[in-house]
Design a protein around this ligand. Structure first.
Ligand SMILES: Cc1cc2nc3c(=O)[nH]c(=O)nc-3n(C[C@H](O)[C@H](O)[C@H](O)COP(=O)(O)O)c2cc1C
Length: 180
């Protein structure tokens, strides 16, 4: 396992995967690490559907809205969902429109970083037809699929996308005041 900062810097979106299988133990570890994320009031409303069968991946690829269908040929796809009933009304509109997705995004990022630390490649996919994903996996109405994570060993070696200079995103004391 590499240092957290190294895993963060190494992580990048990989869109082509090799045929190498991901062990069930590795998948279980990733799910356990995903669930270590913080969540509003410890709701833990993330739900994960692990897809490994070819026919199921095919159904997910039909729900994917970008032309690169090969992305869904990854050995594993983890569909991350938010249980909107679990977040409930405790936090009002903010819970339903913000916390539910922040909580699940935190779980996703944990998973991506843990995978990077284990030498695995991932890509976070958001461009899909939600109802088509629901239909493909028999996901109940109260559950919103929010991300599909393709997982495997890299089948391409691409450079990581550049980051903008920190000065564009970070300020000191007052918004707009350059961070030094
Ligand atoms: C909410 C979200 C949705 C995304 N959806 C897609 C997607 O549908 N297809 C895809 O190939 N990449 C998708 N990505 C990956 C981004 O394109 C990628 O993270 C970004 O270009 C930065 O590159 P990096 O991950 O290699 O650092 C998504 C990322 C996020 C956070």
């Amino acid at each position: 396992m590499m240092e957290v900062s190294e895993a963060i810097r190494n992580r990048k979106s990989v869109r082509r995967f090799s045929d190498a299988k991901v062990s069930d133990a590795a998948i279980k570890e990733l799910l356990e690490l995903a669930a270590q994320a913080p969540s509003a009031g410890n709701t833990q409303e993330w739900r994960f559907v692990v897809v490994r069968e070819r026919e199921t991946k095919q159904r997910l690829s039909e729900a994917y809205m970008i032309g690169r269908k090969y992305q869904l040929e990854a050995p594993v796809i983890i569909v991350v969902c938010a249980d909107m009933e679990a977040i409930g009304d405790a936090y009002g509109e903010r819970g339903k429109s913000l916390y539910a997705f922040q909580d699940t995004a935190a779980a996703v990022e944990n998973m991506l970083l843990a995978a990077a630390g284990m030498g695995l490649a991932t890509c976070w996919l958001g461009a899909f037809n939600e109802q088509a994903v629901r239909n493909a996996l028999a996901i109940p109405e109260r559950i919103r699929p929010v991300a599909m994570i393709t997982l495997g060993y890299a089948g391409e070696n691409i450079a990581k996308n550049m980051r903008k200079p920190l000065a564009e995103a970070a300020f000191s004391e007052i918004y707009g005041n350059p961070f030094k």
